[in-house]
Design a protein around this ligand. Structure first.
Ligand code: PMP
Length: 353
């Protein structure tokens, strides 16, 4: 720590991103829930196009062609959409500026581990709500909350989802609280609540193009909500970083949203691969939580989470293991291609002897 850092930040415990190895040559990378398939064909054309010349100009602060493509996809208005530099930035704006009158933000105790980090840096009081014993989020635990509620649906790292009816119950019981639904993984089998934004002015839906649209490296996140909420989000963004998305990412994001066929095809492949993979792992004695995401949360009586992680690494397969005691017996495995999952299953067979 240098002697120049403000005291306020001395105790900050930053988020630890999943490992991003520099050389991925021989590695099967199933640790940070990226998409194994390349971005939509129109995206790859951008890199050689005249758009490169336009990089000398600032990007559109409204990311209009992207927000228009998202609005078109969901049948909502452009004023109900805002774009961020990854949904991490969108979430940062939310934790910064929407702490409710109480300054409290409620979220599941086991969820995206960035939420407590944002509470810390933005001085919100994080209220961690325990999950049920089966790892599900109980809607009734959020009735009568006194602050903003953030729920990941499907949840990470469990992959388990609430139905849209259950989310609606949370909205109905929290008319005075902002309810944020982080739908990073929603396209892999869960129900989106984007259509609820017309009816509930206390709902903000957060999505990302990092997972189901194969654009993790482009950093494109989306917030959707009632016009007033989105105007507030823009108030924050324009006070912080007006050109938050670069030109190439805006274009890539718009193309990825428009290519519905490719999107349907790749997400369907991932869901099918997941179902096959779950069967294979269950036949090897693994317990897999019911997943609606592009990853599964797996544990086995035969091997600890940490040992399984280490042993897979020796086979050049990288998954995610968490140190937190409540979940340290599990590993989170991203769904890759069928070939990658087969290599993992074969390695697991050998590991278990
Ligand atoms: N929300 C959840 C639940 C996530 O797991 C992630 C990815 N780590 C994000 C948001 C952020 O995704 P991105 O910034 O790539 O849009």
């Amino acid at each position: 720590m240098s002697r120049f850092l403000s005291r306020k930040f001395e105790t900050l415990k930053p988020y630890t991103p999943g490992e991003q190895p520099k050389a991925t040559g021989r590695l099967i990378k199933l640790n940070t829930n990226e998409n194994p398939y390349v971005p939509a064909p129109a995206v790859s054309k951008l890199i050689n196009s005249h758009e490169i010349n336009d990089l000398k100009l600032y990007s559109d602060p409204d990311a209009s062609i992207l927000t228009a493509a998202v609005a078109d996809y969901y049948g909502i208005r452009r004023e109900q959409v805002m774009a961020g530099n990854g949904s991490d930035e969108i979430l940062a704006f939310i934790f910064m500026a929407f702490q409710g009158r109480s300054g409290k933000i409620y979220y599941p105790q086991i969820s995206y581990s960035f939420y407590p980090v944002y509470c810390d840096i933005f001085k919100a009081e994080g209220v961690e709500v325990p999950l049920a014993d089966d790892f599900s989020v109980r809607p009734q635990d959020y009735f009568g909350a006194d602050g903003t509620i953030v729920i990941t649906n499907p949840n990470a790292p469990t992959g388990m989802a609430l139905s849209s009816a259950q989310i609606e119950e949370i909205l109905i019981h929290n008319r005075e609280n902002l309810v944020v639904i982080d739908e990073a993984y929603v396209d892999f089998g869960a129900e989106s609540v984007v259509s609820f934004i017309e009816r509930y002015d206390n709902l903000m839906v957060v999505q990302t193009l990092s997972k189901s649209r194969s654009l993790a490296g482009a950093r494109v996140g989306i917030a959707m909500g009632n016009e007033k909420l989105i105007a507030d989000m823009n108030r924050i963004k324009f006070s912080f970083n007006p050109y938050n998305l670069n030109r190439l990412s805006i274009l890539a994001g718009a193309e990825a949203m428009k290519d519905r066929r490719y999107f349907e095809e790749t997400r369907r492949k991932i869901m099918d691969t997941r179902e096959e993979f779950v069967k294979d792992m269950e036949s090897l004695g693994f317990r897999i939580l019911p997943s609606k995401a592009n990853f599964v949360f797996a544990s086995s009586h035969a091997i600890s989470g940490e040992e399984y992680f280490d042993r897979l690494r020796k086979y050049n397969i990288i998954v995610r293991h968490f140190k937190d005691k409540k979940i340290c017996n599990y590993v989170r495995i991203t769904i890759g291609t069928p070939e990658e999952m087969n290599v993992l299953v074969q390695a697991t067979r050998k590991i278990l002897g």
